[in-house]
Design a binder for this molecule. Structure first.
Ligand SMILES: *Cc1c(COP(=O)(O)O)cnc(C)c1O
Length: 376
């Protein structure tokens, strides 16, 4: 790995010189670029890298800078997220996935040279009411079956006609979003693709259908533009893991104390783990306030040094406990990987009853350390 190890701006309040707490999120920007190339290659056409929610917890500005030389553009959820990227000097196209919440936001989005989604009537009206916003790039969203945001298939032609009649709309792209593309066995995605194609047949404009699961699992979802998110970060949304993806974030810490338990000793809050034999437990300097999920049970995988181990007892706010009974050489200072290349985040998410997306977005209070360089 190459040298760059700049701390994220949010970590500036934790000067390393004053914090020897060994917990951090290491972000591998080479892996991010690798995954972007893979997404673009699998899909064909162009790909907007989804950087919403602070790049799924990886740092939006750092990820944007790392991807800028190769990405076709970026996608964020709302205007303030786009503003953060523009303020950092990111000049690439940025699509605002939720569109604008008001006509004032539309004016601001235009001033920031952002592309906007239009998924409902109020957004059409805002566009129609501002003929002076020359060069608008609008993505008309079709509800092809998710029943969340988007124009119903029966209303798409009319919405398209109205936008096409606005001289300020320079480009019009047709998009839809999948509800169940991470489930290869169910017909919902094929139905959505067919619905989208029927609703948009003959309408002018480029097409965008695929999120990460669409890129990985649904060749029929190919369009002009993909919108991959989670796969860029190396977390596979499909049930069968794709070995080509590289995890980007390693959440790591270290053992800072060791305790011996006797049979009958109950460990931690709630006494949830009771030793049935003598055992050795390591205290690790990371907890649910850092984003490691409190809900995981005893047995959830972790890596201690080079060896597999497990969480024991309940995760606390500032620390958690791991089993060292079978690892006599492990002790104070042993590195612990909570998730990353050696501990698939999907296993931790499943143990917590959630998905990788939520775990990644919730990482906080730990400094981020970037490796892999920032250039192309
Ligand atoms: C978040 C989002 C994406 C990216 O989804 P992933 O499952 O992370 O690939 C794509 N399109 C839209 C509209 C989104 O909101």
């Amino acid at each position: 790995m190459s040298a760059s190890t700049a701390l994220a701006p949010h970590a500036a309040s934790l000067p390393p010189a004053f914090s020897d707490r060994p917990s951090r999120a290491v972000i591998d920007l080479d892996a991010l670029r690798h995954n972007y190339r893979l997404a673009r290659g699998r899909h064909g056409g162009r790909a907007l890298a989804a950087l919403k929610a602070d790049a799924y917890g990886h740092g939006d500005v750092a990820c944007a800078r790392a991807l800028a030389p190769l990405a076709d553009g970026f996608a964020v959820a709302f205007l303030a997220e786009a503003h953060a990227l523009r303020a950092a000097g990111i000049a690439a196209p940025i699509l605002i996935l939720e569109g604008c919440f008001s006509a004032e936001e539309l004016v601001a989005a235009h001033a920031m040279d952002c592309w906007v989604v239009a998924h409902q009537e109020s957004q059409l009206r805002a566009i129609e009411a501002h003929p002076e916003l020359a060069g608008l790039n609008v993505w008309l969203k079709v509800d092809s079956g998710m029943r969340r945001a988007g124009f119903l298939p029966a209303d798409v032609r009319d919405a398209h006609r109205r936008l096409a009649a606005c001289p300020q709309v320079a480009r019009l792209t047709l998009m839809t979003h999948f509800a169940r593309a991470d489930e290869p066995g169910v017909p919902a995605t094929a139905d959505q693709i067919a619905c989208f194609e029927a609703a948009t047949a003959g309408l002018a404009g480029e097409r965008s259908l695929a999120n990460s699961a669409g890129v990985l699992g649904w060749p029929a979802a190919r369009g002009d533009w993909a919108r991959p998110g989670i796969l860029l970060y190396g977390a596979d949304p499909m049930p069968l893991p794709d070995a080509a993806l590289r995890p980007v974030m390693t959440l790591e810490s270290a053992v800072f104390a060791v305790r011996d338990l006797q049979p009958g000793d109950a460990l931690g809050y709630g006494g949830r783990f009771v030793a049935d034999a003598p055992c050795r437990v390591g205290l690790v300097a990371i907890g649910y306030a850092d984003g490691y999920p409190r809900t995981v049970p005893t047995g959830t995988p972790v890596l201690v040094g080079e060896q597999s181990s497990r969480i024991v007892g309940r995760v606390s706010m500032d620390l958690l406990t791991v089993d060292l009974t079978h690892l006599p050489e492990a002790g104070i200072g042993s590195r612990v990987e909570l998730w990353g290349p050696r501990v698939p985040i999907n296993l931790v998410a499943a143990a917590a009853g959630t998905i990788s997306y939520e775990l990644l977005c919730h990482v906080r209070r730990v400094p981020r350390m970037y490796v892999g360089g920032t250039g192309g």
